[in-house]
Design a protein around this ligand. Structure first.
Ligand SMILES: [Fe+2]
Length: 461
């Protein structure tokens, strides 16, 4: 079935880009050609072990789109969180022990199909979070329920646990994304005013694979969101071929030039061609590093979970950094219902429902609305100008001294009064954004149009 919002938008609002599912990534249909090259300490430009950005590092970032800072965070800062990690439900369900490496191999076989730990009873304002097979009033059976605080997947070859729930833990954010040494680097690269991070995507663990299973593979993609600068922090040492973050240097620059907008990713046909060419002709790098090393790269860098043929658990934190900017609407998505398809919110804060489905009344506001709550930057940028000739024109890249220009912008869940954080008896490490009622976040204007009220910039006035 074609996406009805596409048709309507192309007729009536051609200046507003087609609304995309916020959970979708930008892929190529081709397989990556080159195996990764190891980005080890000996390849770093001069200055990697010092705070700040040397001229060599600034030039390296401008050319390749990444820089690695070694030992940026003392690894002792992570100890409480690694201890907490070993106490979480996915670990106990798989009977993993820190002293028994054999127990770390392919734990996914022990995970329940619906890992609904650490959730408040706040689905659609008051209910238990459903599983996709449950009958529910606001969505068709089978519609996804959105992210969980413990997202466990059995991927092509390695099992992965993305602990998104720890990403909004204040103490965790303080030793990762909002660590003073990290913020120093963000300002040195991106320039101010830096938006003080309020959450990150959490702690991602890649487990040693089942030795009887297939070999580990790359899955390159681009995250297609508003993140300006990505951070990857290792909580434990990551050896070669052991799940190190893998990325395609220069890919950000090539994709940037194909987007319709500079600050919101709006792909074109040319973007697909360029993505195919990147996978065919660019050799990826695999970030090899120690606990406390941090890689910074441009937000539109093509990347992949690393090939993991090793025997350790790869523990990394994925982070989004942005400047303070006037923001647009949140990237919402409404689950399909009564045979209708999923409808996504566009940059104008508009959902366009088809009016020709006699089984599905577009005025019905009893629909599940979710967003990609793992992000810190969940709102479009208000400015819609095309890419600049110099994509780093507004960046610092070491030109100006760092002065601590970090601003306490309210988090998106505060601006819109949304129940992301753990409440009641939900333990630390749980929580997450449940579905809300469409009629709670938007107003029906007739003719299939639902409109959200913009609250993104109220705090500035
Ligand atoms: Fe990604």
């Amino acid at each position: 079935m074609s996406d009805p919002s596409r048709k309507n938008l192309s007729n009536s609002q051609s200046v507003t880009p087609v609304a995309e599912d916020p959970e979708s990534a930008f892929f190529s249909k081709h397989k990556p050609f080159y195996p990764p090259r190891l980005a080890t300490r000996d390849l770093d430009p001069q200055g990697a072990d010092k705070l700040g950005l040397t001229a060599e590092e600034a030039e390296h970032f401008r050319e390749t789109g990444f820089v690695i800072k070694r030992g940026l965070i003392p690894k002792e800062d992570f100890s409480p969180f690694i201890k907490l990690w070993w106490q979480q439900p996915p670990v106990s369900a798989a009977k993993m022990s820190p002293n028994d490496p054999a127990s770390w191999e392919a734990p996914g076989r022990h995970w329940p199909e619906h890992n609904r730990w650490g959730l408040a009873n706040n689905w659609m304002g008051r209910g238990v979070w459903p599983s996709p097979e449950d009958e529910r009033p606001g969505a068709s059976v089978g519609e996804r329920v959105g992210r969980l605080p413990y997202k466990l997947t059995q991927d092509v070859s390695n099992d992965v646990w993305r602990w998104h729930g720890i990403g909004h833990d204040k103490a965790f954010v303080a030793v990762t994304s909002a660590h003073p040494r990290v913020l120093h680097m963000v300002e040195a690269l991106l320039g101010g005013p830096v938006k003080r991070p309020r959450r990150n995507r959490g702690l991602y663990a890649i487990f040693p694979r089942d030795r009887a299973g297939p070999k580990s593979k790359l899955g390159p993609h681009m995250d297609q969101n508003m993140t300006e600068l990505i951070g990857v922090t290792y909580l434990e040492d990551v050896h070669p071929n052991s799940g190190g973050f893998t990325f395609y240097p220069t890919s950000h620059r090539r994709l940037y030039a194909t987007s319709k907008q500079a600050l919101n990713w709006v792909p074109t046909n040319r973007s697909k061609e360029v993505m195919d060419d990147i996978l065919a002709n660019v050799q990826p790098f695999e970030f090899v590093g120690r606990a406390g090393d941090v890689l910074f790269c441009h937000g539109w860098m093509v990347h992949s979970a690393g090939i993991h043929e090793g025997s350790n658990i790869r523990m990394a934190v994925f982070q989004d950094f942005n400047k303070v900017r006037k923001r647009g609407h949140m990237r919402w998505t409404v689950a399909g219902k009564n045979g209708g398809v999923r409808i996504n919110c566009n940059m104008d804060g508009v959902f366009v429902f088809p009016t020709d489905n006699t089984d599905d009344d577009p005025a019905d506001g009893m629909r599940e609305v979710t967003n990609q709550w793992i992000m810190d930057s969940n709102e479009f940028v208000l400015a819609r100008h095309p890419p600049l000739d110099d994509m780093f024109e507004e960046w610092n890249l070491g030109q100006h001294a760092v002065e601590g220009n970090v601003v306490d912008e309210p988090a998106w869940w505060e601006k819109y009064d949304l129940p992301l954080l753990p409440t009641g008896d939900v333990p630390r490490g749980g929580g997450g954004m449940p579905a809300e009622l469409l009629s709670k976040i938007a107003r029906y204007e007739g003719a299939g149009i639902w409109k959200v009220e913009l609250r993104a910039n109220d705090w500035m006035s």
